[in-house]
Design a protein around this ligand. Structure first.
Ligand code: FES
Length: 268
């Protein structure tokens, strides 16, 4: 049975419902899967980043994206395309120069914000389900005001995608010349997916076509904006796909490096 209550600051009454939610579907499934998926990925990535081993396959020049660019003094010299200049310490990842920016990019991503606000903070866990917190301050004050840094993190992520692309190019030269193996395909698929995710970013879409009054006067930006807009509709999917391709690429390189498997070679 329901009664009516007055809206705060308003005059129209609304139903006073004692039940926490009237939803009868499995609204909790998406937040639960998100918690499981993100926790599993972060655990794997953290372990791998601090292992400081099995990140490089010298024979085929395969470098895992978790160690790229390898700039620690502890890096194998051939893997360090951009020099070795940060201290070699067990608590400093070999790619410590770029990992914080990647973390910032993903943490402040519009999709991941929605994902972890709903699943970890239950704020709210789903539509028409009450917030898990009594107060709400949005992203207008410390610390969530820093979510606005996303637009800057985008530029860093684009540079890092260029570095990952360079790694994939370098890996095409194995031994005496051109080489192609399953590892190359895995590296390239990861790079292409990383670009798709990066370009589908909401900030990228704004950079491409935001604040324009007349698209007709900016045909190149309009075409790019149209392209980015199409990718943008798949941003959530790309966010998850890239987590998968990153982990698969890293695991493949690690398995080769340890000697668990051999690379399937097509050329070279
Ligand atoms: Fe997700 Fe920018 S909105 S990466």
């Amino acid at each position: 049975m329901t009664t009516t209550a007055t809206r705060p600051g308003g005059t129209r009454p609304r139903a006073a419902i004692s039940a926490k939610t009237l939803r009868t579907d499995r609204w909790w499934l998406a937040p639960l899967l998100t918690v499981i998926g993100l926790t599993a990925w972060v655990t794997y990535a953290t372990v791998r980043v601090f292992m400081q081993s099995d990140y490089w396959v010298a024979k085929y020049h395969y470098l895992t994206p978790f160690y790229s660019p390898c700039v620690s003094k502890g890096c194998v010299e051939e893997a360090a395309e951009f020099g070795r200049f940060i201290p070699d310490h067990p608590l400093i990842p070999y790619a410590a120069l770029t990992l914080p920016f990647l973390l910032l990019f993903r943490l402040t991503c519009y999709y991941y914000r929605k994902a972890y606000y709903r699943s970890f903070w239950m704020s709210p866990p789903a539509c028409a389900v009450p917030d898990g917190h009594k107060t709400y301050s949005g992203e207008t004050r410390f610390p969530l005001i820093f979510q606005n840094a996303h637009r800057y993190a985008f530029f860093a992520a684009a540079i890092i995608s260029l570095i990952n692309t360079w790694d994939a190019v370098v890996a095409m030269h194995s031994g005496d010349g051109f080489g192609l193996g399953l590892g190359n395909l895995i590296l390239w698929i990861n790079v292409i997916m990383l670009w798709a995710y990066t370009l589908s970013c909401h900030s990228c879409r704004h950079i491409a076509g935001g604040r324009l009054k007349h698209f007709s006067k900016h045909p190149v930006r309009y075409r790019f904006w149209t392209f980015v807009s199409k990718l943008n509709t798949r941003h959530m999917g790309l966010a998850w796909i890239t987590l998968a391709t990153l982990a698969i690429t890293d695991f493949y390189v690690m398995a080769l490096s340890i000697g668990w498997i051999s690379d399937l070679r097509f050329v070279g």
